[in-house]
Design a protein around this ligand. Structure first.
Ligand SMILES: [Zn+2]
Length: 492
């Protein structure tokens, strides 16, 4: 069965949602040893050493690059960076955790009290508090197959950044937008690949419902956790499902139980994983094998200077300086590489940046939809796009031919002028030559001419089309339009 609970709410409930995201950092080596952190598709247990295998007597060493990436992220999320933070042992027992504990941060995280802006459901900007962002290590992986369980420890010890929000999210859509925004920022910073399919970002949601009256009294409902969400869609769907499920429970006079749920993608519903009674006590204590992490304000400020321009600032600059629409600016800044490609084209082009934005978001993105990869992976340089636009502006080719040439540029990597020359695509603006074509088209279609002169002036477009067909699309449309108007509006 894949039915969601039907909701006919007697009471209006408001969702209170918090989110935890685990993001793998893009360091060369693991968090506490020198094993390569790039384990994707590597043979099982080939990226391991005595430290990440938890052999007796080994000592962890803090990966400085992971600390720096965490601080970069904290600064980008407007967090306070703790000058003094402490690693802690989170004790639990699981086959993919050879030490029997995970090194994490608990009472004193590296980053805390930040925020990130999203568009709220009411289209107003909403500030989502970031309670903390701390550093920890990833676990290994247990693989169940053919009746046996296998453990691969390549992932064990990969640096993991946990980013925890305040309970500021109010709906499945807001949660989704938060994740999209967060991923964009992490990718801009170069600290995370954003690749959900490879498990580079994993999400957990906590959610409770309350009535407006409870909200006024500052009260909260019972919190349910949903863990192991491996796609943004699963986050959105599981929240929508839980809101509906809890609404039914509350409306029927029941009470929501404090539990941990998982998401069953096939059945499209949350499933119970753990009740409150069986919830674990991790017995955190400070990691005795590692010193506290002490960061000087000079070092933190030096990291701050390495921050790139972030998406919000870039959107503001694109709309303000270039006069492009917010919608286009959002599309163009969704990936740092695209934004930088676009700006290079703007610099190389003498016309309006809006024109570049139109071509990139219109023609070029349409071509990309039929191709693998993104704009930066194309064999097309920003300079060549600028050159193409200049050729259209100069009337060497018309706009429609320009689109054809662009498609050719994308598939062959050739510059526009070479394609125009090789295929004889240069626009025909010569008035005498075009007049002969116009006259021939009019002579061949006396009925249409008569209708036009009877008042059906919308036929002008059809005549334009005929002339374009005769000239294989190369005629200068302005010249053709002028010639047609002159001929058709002059009664013979
Ligand atoms: Zn190792």
């Amino acid at each position: 069965m894949t039915t969601s609970p039907t909701v006919v709410a007697r009471e209006t409930y408001h969702a209170v949602i918090g989110m935890e995201v685990h993001a793998q950092l893009q360091t060369v080596s693991k968090m506490f040893c020198s094993c390569s952190a790039d384990y994707w598709e590597a043979a099982p247990n080939s990226h391991v050493c005595p430290v990440c295998l938890a052999m007796p007597g080994v000592l962890p060493v803090i990966n400085e690059a992971a600390v720096e990436q965490t601080v970069r992220t904290g600064l980008a999320l407007n967090c306070e960076i703790a000058p003094f933070s402490v690693f802690a042992r989170k004790n639990y027992s699981y086959p993919d955790l050879p030490k029997g504990y995970q090194i994490s941060q608990y009472e004193l995280p590296l980053c805390h009290d930040g925020w990130l802006m999203i568009d709220g459901d009411d289209n107003q900007p909403r500030r989502i508090g970031i309670r903390r962002a701390h550093l920890e290590e990833d676990t290994g992986k247990t693989i169940h197959m053919d009746g046996v369980s296998l453990v691969d420890l390549n992932r064990a010890g990969v640096p993991l950044l946990e980013i925890v929000t305040e309970s500021d999210l109010r709906s499945a859509d807001e949660a989704y937008r938060y994740l999209v925004k967060l991923r964009t920022i992490l990718r801009y910073l170069g600290v995370n690949s954003g690749d959900m399919e490879k498990g580079a970002m994993r999400c957990e949601v906590n959610l409770s419902l309350r009535t407006a009256e409870q909200a006024t009294r500052g009260e909260y409902g019972v919190k349910v956790e949903v863990k192991n969400l491996n796609s943004f869609k699963a986050v959105r769907d599981s929240i929508a499902y839980e809101v509906a499920r809890q609404t039914v429970v509350l409306d029927s006079g029941g009470s929501v139980q404090q539990v941990t749920m998982g998401w069953d993608e096939d059945r499209r519903r949350t499933v119970l994983q753990r009740s409150k009674e069986s919830s674990e006590d991790y017995r955190y204590f400070p990691e005795p094998d590692l010193p506290p992490l002490e960061l000087s304000s000079e070092w933190i400020e030096a990291v701050r200077t390495t921050l790139p321009e972030l998406p919000d600032a870039r959107i503001a600059r694109f709309t303000g300086n270039y006069g492009i629409s917010r919608q286009d600016a959002e599309v163009l800044t969704a990936e740092r590489g695209i934004a930088e490609w676009f700006e290079e084209a703007v610099r190389a082009y003498e016309g309006s940046p809006r024109e570049v934005a139109n071509w990139v978001t219109g023609e070029l993105f349409a071509l990309l939809n039929t191709q693998e990869g993104d704009i930066t992976a194309l064999d097309l340089s920003p300079d060549d796009l600028a050159a193409l636009l200049a050729l259209v502006d100069a009337g060497v080719i018309n706009r429609n031919t320009g689109k054809r040439v662009l498609a050719e540029m994308v598939s062959t990597g050739q510059p526009p002028q070479a394609i125009i020359d090789a295929q004889g695509l240069a626009q025909v603006s010569d008035e005498a030559g075009l007049a002969a074509v116009v006259d021939a088209v009019l002579a061949a279609n006396p009925d249409a001419v008569a209708k036009y002169r009877d008042g059906k002036t919308s036929l002008l477009g059809w005549f334009m089309g005929q002339v374009m067909k005769e000239t294989r699309g190369k005629a200068n449309p302005d010249v053709v339009r002028g010639l047609l108007a002159k001929r058709l509006n002059t009664q013979e």
